[in-house]
Design a protein around this ligand. Structure first.
Ligand SMILES: *Cc1c(COP(=O)(O)O)cnc(C)c1O
Length: 389
């Protein structure tokens, strides 16, 4: 059997895959098993931050693999300590918990918010978390409950209780929800709803969340799993909204292609999680953290400026192009609403050597942060042609 036949027979049927078997790549170019070459405008869903087989990242990971590939959290190791130090110094956050995925980072954030509220107000008095309609926070039973999309909930009842859903960008409705319910412990949101269609929140609404949280000692939790690590043109997206979260989570791009999640805790909650309240066997894996430290160190001002520049080029090229209804997003996280059915556009791009993603009926672009401008130009031309009527 070939790979696709083996997959069909033995891999659980949870994924609707594109009809391509990828074998290898370099930077933002990737090849399939027939030797066809593609420009990678998805980077493994915003994971391969510096593209495929990045030499510096490989040597950071390999050097650590050759020393100690895993230790368990029963011992201290240097890479996770250095990574946590840099995460805190570049965000003003105070403590980091390392997990292995976005959903797990969010689980930590939810537990941290509940424990903070329980310690201070009593567990039965304060435990609820408000999230936004159309949000996405993960696939575990609890992060699915946090995800404000009905269609994901239906088949898995009962989900973890204690979540309320507010409409994005409606400050008055959110205020009413908070005023009606003294049990609200946290408000969790993505600054740009990724899976929901690449929709940035209004700045005024984000300020509204911040003031409600400050007034009532409600924890502000930013899910930066997708928007984080340079993706939107700043290290974290909240840095462009004039707010400072109490808790933020990230994952995807942080590991440069290896699994990592991180929950960062600010001043208010820095001492909330105590021994025995949370843990992870693989969390803070030294090889993964050595790679992540390399990635994070290279997301500097010059790289962030180039992310914004490439973003502006793509927005400018695609906005108003034939068959393009709208372009939304921030940085190298863009969603294109097309006149043609999205699947048709994606297939035409693929035929012509460009891999793109989708989100809620839109074409979604999440290229590597260091994609060369020349490839951005080539990809834009292919995408434009695929959209054109
Ligand atoms: C991808 C994503 C998650 C889930 O991350 P996993 O690593 O798949 O568990 C959570 N929140 C947001 C905003 C995401 O984009």
């Amino acid at each position: 059997m070939n790979t696709r036949e083996l997959d069909a027979k033995y891999i659980a049927g949870t994924y609707a895959r594109f009809p391509v078997v990828l074998t290898h790549g370099k930077g933002s170019v990737v090849w399939d098993e027939d030797g066809k070459e593609y420009i990678d405008m998805g980077s493994g869903i915003a994971v391969n931050a510096f593209g495929i087989a990045d030499a510096e990242w490989i040597s950071a990971v390999m050097a650590q693999l050759g020393r100690l590939q895993h230790s368990s959290n029963l011992y201290f190791t240097e890479p996770d300590a250095l990574l946590a130090e840099q995460l805190c110094s570049r965000t003003g956050m105070k403590k980091v918990f390392f997990a292995n995925s976005g959903a797990e980072a969010n689980e930590c954030a939810i537990k941290c918010a509940r424990k903070y509220a329980a310690d201070k107000y009593g567990a039965e008095n304060r435990y609820k978390i408000i999230t936004l309609v159309n949000s996405f926070h993960g696939r575990t039973v609890t992060t699915l409950a946090a995800t404000g999309q009905e269609e994901y909930h239906k088949l898995f009842q009962p989900l973890t209780p204690g979540f309320l859903y507010a409409e994005a960008n409606d400050c008055e409705a959110l205020r009413a929800m908070v005023e009606a319910d003294p049990a609200v412990a946290g408000i969790m949101f993505e600054l740009v709803q990724g899976e929901g269609g690449v929709l940035p929140l209004d700045k005024g609404f984000v300020e509204c969340i911040a003031s409600l949280c400050a007034e009532r000692d409600i924890l502000m939790i930013c899910d930066e799993v997708q928007t984080g690590n340079g993706r939107t043109g700043s290290l974290y997206a909240w840095q462009q909204f004039g707010i400072v979260p109490d808790i933020m989570t990230t994952a995807k791009g942080l590991g440069g292609g290896l699994p990592i999640g991180a929950c960062l805790m600010g001043e208010k909650v820095k001492d909330t999680m105590t021994p025995g309240t949370h843990g992870s066997t693989f969390g803070g894996n030294p090889a993964v953290c050595a790679g992540a430290l390399n990635i994070l160190s290279r997301i500097d001002d010059a790289l962030l400026a180039s992310v914004r520049e490439k973003s502006a080029y793509l927005v400018n090229e695609l906005s108003g192009a034939s068959g393009v209804e709208s372009v939304a997003g921030m940085g190298l996280m863009l969603g294109i609403k097309t006149v043609k059915p999205v699947d048709e556009v994606v297939a035409a791009c693929r035929e012509n050597g460009v891999l793109v993603l989708t989100a809620h009926g839109k074409v979604r672009l999440l290229p590597a942060l260091n994609i060369p401008m020349e490839l951005v130009e080539k990809a834009a031309a292919v995408i434009k042609a695929a959209c054109a009527e």
